[in-house]
Write a protein that binds this ligand. Structure first.
Ligand SMILES: NC(=O)c1ccc[n+]([C@@H]2O[C@H](COP(=O)([O-])OP(=O)(O)OC[C@H]3O[C@@H](n4cnc5c(N)ncnc54)[C@H](O)[C@@H]3O)[C@@H](O)[C@H]2O)c1
Length: 284
């Protein structure tokens, strides 16, 4: 039997940002494997659509409206889930947004939203759920959405890149905290390469600096045309998590290339290296 079919054949999965993209793909996969899926998203309509699709396929799911940028909403979600189900086997802190624009031009509110959703949403997901998971005494798996962007630089996406470097660091420390405390909680950094989602949808960037719209559109079109199929990527993520791997990749070759360049940058202490893609986009 495949490892994910063994490990995730039952129990409760909580997935944030599961109304769309990778979160929705992970929710569908967890539902197919047999888990009861709590589909959490700030957008209730899309969360409900994901939950309805899981139920229509014979699975178990419920939609919950949650804004992960508000710690108290994650506390409320954890309380509700434990009151109703008494356990969480799989927690995936997935909700995230992209932000495009030069560092000094991104409005303060957009900077705050990016940090609060992408970074604080992950931290407070862990803070809200882990004490209850520990108290339940059951084995559990936590996946935090890192990115290949956690290992490189991308001028014009600085706000996003900052949060992904931080989520990666948080996940590494969290892994070690579980080891130090000898807790049966497995932590994974989920590292998507490029998957076909809505994250660069031009409609999501209306409060970004006007001249950054070309960059957003170029990324959106590249992802639409060359991004990996969501269902296959999400199947791979859960398979690797079920094997208790810290690293869960969608496109391992892309991760290896970007991590290798990072290692060279650090060991050589070179100047930051301009990605080819950044030059291409700036030239268009
Ligand atoms: N798509 C990729 O190739 C890729 C690459 C690397 C990392 N990631 C990461 O994967 C995660 C999911 O991204 P995606 O590409 O599926 O994007 P997406 O835009 O398709 O989905 C993101 C979901 O998060 C939800 N969301 C946004 N703000 C929220 C909030 N405050 N509270 C709760 N939910 C909220 C959105 O409503 C949406 O349903 C993100 O953390 C992203 O950084 C994606």
């Amino acid at each position: 039997m495949a490892p994910d079919a063994q490990v995730f054949s039952g129990g409760v999965a909580v997935i944030t940002g599961a109304g769309s993209g990778i979160g929705a793909g992970l929710a569908r996969r967890a539902g197919v494997l047999g888990m009861t899926v709590v589909v959490a998203d700030v957008n209730h309509a899309t969360a409900k659509a994901t939950a309805d699709a899981i139920i229509a396929g014979g699975g178990k799911a419920e939609a919950q409206s949650v804004d992960v940028s508000r710690p108290e909403e994650l506390d409320r979600l954890a309380e509700l889930v434990f009151d109703r189900h008494g356990e969480v086997r799989l927690l995936i802190n997935n909700a995230g947004i992209e932000t495009v624009g030069y560092s000094w031009e991104v409005p303060a509110a957009r900077w705050e939203a990016t940090l609060n959703i992408n970074l604080h949403g992950v931290i407070h997901g862990v803070r809200a759920f882990v004490p209850r998971v520990i108290a339940s005494g059951k084995e559990a798996w936590i996946g935090n959405l890192s990115s290949v962007g956690a290992f490189g630089q991308m001028p014009g996406q600085t706000a996003y890149i900052v949060t992904k470097h931080a989520v990666q660091a948080f996940s590494e420390c969290l892994y070690l905290e579980m080891e130090l405390k000898n807790l049966p909680i497995h932590v994974s950094a989920i590292v998507p390469g490029m998957m076909r989602t809505n994250i660069f949808n031009p409609e999501h960037g209306t409060d970004e600096p006007g001249q950054s719209q070309g960059h957003r559109r170029a990324m959106f079109e590249m992802m639409r045309d060359y991004g990996m199929d969501l269902d296959e990527g999400c199947r791979l993520f859960l398979e690797q998590m079920a094997q208790n791997r810290f690293w869960a990749h969608s496109q391992p070759e892309m991760s290896t290339q970007i991590m290798g360049a990072r290692a060279q940058f650090l060991t050589g202490q070179t100047l930051p290296v301009m990605p080819d893609l950044a030059r291409q986009i700036a030239a268009d």
